[in-house]
Design a protein around this ligand. Structure first.
Ligand SMILES: Cc1cc2nc3c(=O)[nH]c(=O)nc-3n(C[C@H](O)[C@H](O)[C@H](O)COP(=O)(O)O)c2cc1C
Length: 346
């Protein structure tokens, strides 16, 4: 197909040293099938089915340490066994020409003693627990009250992210995405609904973002800024973690990230709006996108039309697809042909 006939989502894009052949990104999607926190061979099929030559895939959230867990059977990247288990999965994606980033993650207080080493309490910025959360299947998940990290302990968690990044590169990943979204440990520091500290990690926006930026700095120093992305969700309220001024938080973060020259910022849209009878994106991320110097990736609720529109308008460089990519492993091809899509099962 000639370049000018291509839909915007299928136009090539240069992200740092990576030549992307299209703008459709696989979202990080927890699969809960990594038994014993070790990625399993069946992930080779899952990821390689979704890989395309020059397509960007982001791996599911992957724990940085034994205290990072809060869900059943999620993968880790802190032991040599886990690194070795990732290698054939990464290789399978590379064999198809895909570009593969590992999302590195610590749940903080979104956990309970049962997930923690020796049944200890989860760690966080705070000692206040996540209130019980109703799940999609109407069951209720309970969380243990966490333990507030001391100032002296915070560098140890930063170091866990750094080692996880190094391990990800050893496993063959092209880079890492720091999971700074959805109410997990980095957001537990960033957002004022949760962070109730009175030391230099709490209070002002500078203080609340200090932990996030220390993680970024450590990871950048370890593997190089050209291999580092971050996922942020300033407008979200998952796990009772929200901010009283999300615009200011998002802007402060991207302005600070500019100093590190990281590769990309991956941001979750605020909730969708129904305008003229169809789902549309309210474009509230625009000032933040404009302030960020690197590649911008938007996520949350996109379909083919809305994705084409935002790329054409320059609102974002790349668009992430989660549920649609899960249900349609050949999503880029289906978008190209404008063929019907399988429905996803929430
Ligand atoms: C089953 C499932 C698992 C998810 N796991 C993760 C995850 O591990 N890390 C993450 O940052 N987001 C995760 N998300 C959020 C998705 O990455 C994405 O932002 C969300 O599904 C909205 O995009 P969509 O409307 O295209 O599905 C998950 C979503 C779903 C449905």
């Amino acid at each position: 197909m000639a370049e000018e006939e291509k839909i915007p989502l299928l136009k090539p894009y240069k992200m740092g040293k990576f030549n992307l052949s299209h703008r459709i990104v696989l979202a990080p999607l927890t699969r809960s099938r990594s038994y014993g926190n070790v990625p399993q061979p069946h992930a080779i099929l899952y990821y390689s089915q979704r890989a395309t030559k020059g397509g960007l895939l982001i791996a599911e959230a992957t724990g940085v340490s034994d205290t990072a867990q809060g869900y059943p059977s999620t993968p880790g990247i802190w032991t040599q066994e886990q690194v070795e288990a990732w290698k054939p999965i990464v290789k399978a994606v590379h064999d198809k020409g895909g570009i593969f980033f590992c999302q590195i993650w610590h749940v903080g207080r979104v956990s309970n003693n049962g997930y923690q080493p020796n049944g200890q309490v989860p760690i966080s910025s705070t000692d206040r627990a996540v209130p019980p959360q109703k799940q999609h299947d109407d069951t209720v998940e309970e969380y243990s009250p966490p333990r507030r990290l001391t100032i002296e302990e915070i560098p140890l968690i930063v170091n866990d992210f750094k080692l996880a990044a190094r391990n990800a590169i050893e496993a063959g990943f092209d880079g890492v995405e720091i999971h700074g979204a959805h109410g997990y440990i980095i957001e537990q520091f960033m957002k004022d609904s949760v962070n109730d500290r009175t030391d230099e990690y709490g209070g002002s926006i500078e203080n609340r973002c200090r932990f996030a930026l220390e993680v970024v700095e450590a990871v950048v120093n370890e593997i190089g800024a050209e291999r580092v992305g971050i996922r942020l969700s300033p407008f979200a309220d998952y796990m009772e973690c929200w901010d009283s001024n999300p615009e200011q938080l998002g802007l402060y973060m991207v302005q600070s990230l500019n100093k590190y020259d990281i590769l990309y910022c991956h941001m979750i849209e605020p909730r969708m709006s129904i305008i003229d009878g169809r789902r549309q994106i309210p474009h509230r991320l625009l000032p933040i996108r404009k302030a960020f110097k690197g590649t911008f990736i938007a996520a949350g609720g996109y379909d083919r039309d809305e994705g084409n529109k935002v790329v054409a308008e320059g609102y974002t460089d790349l668009v992430t697809y989660g549920r649609l990519f899960l249900a349609n492993p050949d999503l880029p091809r289906r978008f190209e042909l404008n063929s019907p899509l399988n429905k996803y099962n929430r």
